[in-house]
Design a protein around this ligand. Structure first.
Ligand SMILES: [Ca+2]
Ligand SMILES: [Ca+2]
Length: 367
């Protein structure tokens, strides 16, 4: 066959056997921008309940590699992104199982990452995302405070809400842990009685990413009110003889508010919370610098090892809203102990280790 005929033959074959409509997908990167993040989680929720051709058996699953899919011919509102991308595991239906693709591959990247467009807004014109103005300062070291988080006001409500994702950023030198607890629609003051919020927290060293979404495509809502509470656990040994008081900022960043058009996020005005930390007269003497303590591995699965330079006598574990979920007395105080933590839900916890010389707190994450 001549070179020309060969090329022609190849071209015909390609057209017949490899329809150009087929796309590559990385499981979890729903908007195909190169990174798996909280916005992808919102997009899975927008597509909940949709179905179409499943991926070939060998192309199914959420392992982090390129998979081939057949488009479903229906796209996210305002975009050319096919909704088959929301079927992270490729079984032909979008349901809650597909969110595993986001959790497992969170922050994985492929190729060139095109940063998602974020919401920005103009004060007094666009709806704000803001902390409760009644969060009074100061707070003592080791204290857990919480502040409600609101989206929109009665004067400037959100006119079209399908989902929102944002980061809560903090300084890990002063803040041990942050958690977010979503409010359901009925208690939050949003107009829609049937509003349902789904919300995961994705955790990194200096930030958590929060995603909140309504259920499926038909639930574009509007309104204003509380969307949840932010729990902030202050480090217990940030101050010294010289420093009596310190100020730290907890800020909201990377807000992406999606309404009925996924091509551009709706405007939102960000907020931050200034926290003044003062010494805690009640417990300061009892606190052991956390540098005397080593906790590993972290994140953990179902056990954790604790090494200290003074004998460990007792271990307590709290969730970020201050409830004790585990405690153990060490019969023979030791410098090195392993504790088993089966049956404890995934999430962020505070491990309080008591020794002869006082106690120390470490943040641990259970995967
Ligand atoms: Ca993405
Ligand atoms: Ca699926």
């Amino acid at each position: 066959m001549s070179k020309l005929a060969k090329s022609f033959f190849l071209l015909v074959c390609l057209n017949i056997f490899a329809p150009t409509a087929w796309s590559q997908v990385w499981p979890g990167d729903v908007n195909n921008n190169g990174e798996v993040n909280a916005l992808d989680w919102v997009m899975v929720h927008n597509a909940l309940g949709l179905f179409g051709p499943p991926r070939e058996v060998v192309e199914q699953g959420i392992s982090w590699e390129e998979k081939i899919l057949e488009p479903w011919g229906i796209t996210f509102p305002g975009t050319t992104i096919d909704m088959a991308f929301a079927d992270c595991n490729g079984d032909g239906v979008v349901n809650f199982e597909d969110t595993h693709g986001i959790h497992e591959n969170y922050l994985q990247t492929h190729g060139l990452v095109i940063n998602d467009q974020v919401s920005s807004g103009e004060a007094e014109v666009d709806p704000p995302l803001f902390f409760d103005e009644n969060t009074f300062n100061p707070f003592p070291e080791g204290f857990t405070l919480f502040s409600a988080l609101y989206l929109g006001t009665e004067e400037i409500p959100v006119s079209s809400f399908n989902g929102i994702s944002f980061d809560i950023v903090f300084n890990p030198d002063y803040v041990l842990a942050i958690d977010f607890l979503g409010s359901s629609g009925q208690s939050s003051g949003w107009d829609n009685f049937f509003l349902e919020f789904f919300q995961p927290n994705f955790i990194e060293d200096n930030r958590i990413s929060v995603a909140i979404s309504t259920f499926g495509q038909e639930t574009i809502i509007n309104g204003s009110g509380m969307i949840g509470s932010v729990f902030i656990v202050i480090e217990d040994d940030v101050l010294g003889m010289e420093i009596q008081e310190v100020e730290t900022l907890v800020s909201i960043e990377n807000v992406i508010l999606t309404g009925d058009d996924f091509s551009s996020p709706s405007p939102v005005v960000n907020d931050s919370l200034s926290i003044t930390i003062v010494s805690n007269p009640l417990s300061n003497d009892d606190i052991l610098p956390s540098s005397n303590l080593e906790v590993f591995p972290n994140p953990i699965n179902d056990w954790v090892q604790i090494k200290s330079i003074v004998n460990i006598e007792r271990v307590e574990m709290y969730n970020t809203i201050g409830q004790m979920v585990y405690q153990k007395k060490i019969e023979q105080p030791t410098l090195n102990t392993t504790i088993d933590l089966p049956h404890i839900d995934k999430g962020t916890y505070l491990l309080k280790v008591f020794s002869e010389k006082g106690f120390s707190t470490k943040k641990i994450v259970i995967h």
